[in-house]
Design a protein around this ligand. Structure first.
Ligand code: NAD
Length: 278
């Protein structure tokens, strides 16, 4: 049975399925089957990026799935080496062609790269490619509060979302709060801490209490905090497991125990210093 996935309203009046499927580190050889397994399981939101090198396979899976395109929410991201305004236009065309799915629902600046230029300049170019048809919504990823402040200072429209690392070991409260204050939805990347959650005893205890897996417990915590999330897996049983999180909820006390795991420990790079022009 296809689960009824809640939708989160965005500031432009559109909405996005709160749970989706992530495709980072899924090789082109595996991506079509993985995305197809996700769509067959009932996922209707797919997160990819030009840097992941799998846009063509993601698009192929969507087209072959038989699921009407309007039912699928598709996100991709601008590659780090393409921030110059003319490059933003060219990269957008490349992603649209590779995906070959008619349109992009959400197009994100993947990393702020403040050491390579003004974040307002790349964001202005993103505003320029959003046409409401082929590029329907735009947002950012890995933006720190200062980067969001810069967009406000420049008088530019606010991003619909800010996709940042959030998991029990890195709750990222300052950025979540800055997003919330500006009406920007938070998308939580690496929700399972890239595997770290598997060995945590508190999560194991709550998994035993709820009769769910550690992954389901963490995803439930993320959803109950109101964030948008897209776990990644290439294993069909795990793909289904990660979607099976709408038949239970964590108590206030269980939520607090998971909140207490925050130790400010990132799994991925610090966006203020991440300097990779991939
Ligand atoms: P994740 O936290 O979802 O963890 C993925 C790892 O957990 C994989 O090794 C997977 O095999 C394992 N896993 C998944 N489901 C499991 C289950 N049910 N039981 C046991 N193990 C399980 O990590 P992620 O892929 O880093 O993040 C999710 C998505 O977020 C990515 O695929 C990508 O779409 C996005 N992302 C974005 C950025 C960014 O810079 N914007 C960075 C990282 C990730």
């Amino acid at each position: 049975m296809t689960p009824n996935i809640p939708r989160i309203p965005l500031s432009d009046g559109s909405s996005i399925p709160q749970l989706g499927f992530g495709t980072w580190q899924i090789s082109p050889a595996d991506a079509e089957a993985a995305v197809r397994a996700a769509l067959d399981a009932g996922y209707r939101h797919i997160d990819t990026a030009q840097l992941y090198g799998n846009e063509a396979e993601v698009g192929k899976a969507i087209r072959a799935s038989g699921v009407p395109r309007e039912e699928i929410y598709l996100t991709t991201k601008l590659a780090n080496s393409r921030h110059a305004p003319a490059e933003v236009r060219a990269a957008t065309e490349e992603s649209l062609a590779a995906l070959d799915c008619g349109w992009i629902d959400l197009y994100l600046v993947h990393w702020p790269l403040p050491m390579h230029g003004d974040v307002a300049e790349v964001w202005d170019a993103m505003v320029g490619v959003r046409d409401g048809e082929r590029v329907r919504g735009i947002g950012v990823s890995n933006f720190q509060p200062a980067h969001l402040d810069r967009l406000d200072e420049a008088g530019l429209p606010r991003p619909l979302v800010n996709q940042v690392e959030v998991n029990p070991f890195f709750a990222n409260e300052a950025v979540r709060e800055r997003n919330r204050a500006a009406g920007i939805a938070t998308q939580a990347w690496s929700p399972l801490g890239q595997g770290k959650a598997a060995t945590d005893p508190v999560l194991a205890a709550i998994a035993a209490e709820t009769g769910k897996s550690f992954a389901q417990v963490v995803l439930r915590w993320t959803l109950q905090r109101g964030d948008i999330v897209f776990p990644k897996s290439t294993t069909p049983a795990r793909i289904r497991e990660n979607l099976d999180v709408f038949d239970f909820s964590l108590t206030h006390e269980q939520m607090r125990r998971i909140d207490a795991l925050d130790r400010g420990e990132r799994s991925g790079p610090d966006p203020d210093v991440f300097d990779w022009l991939g």
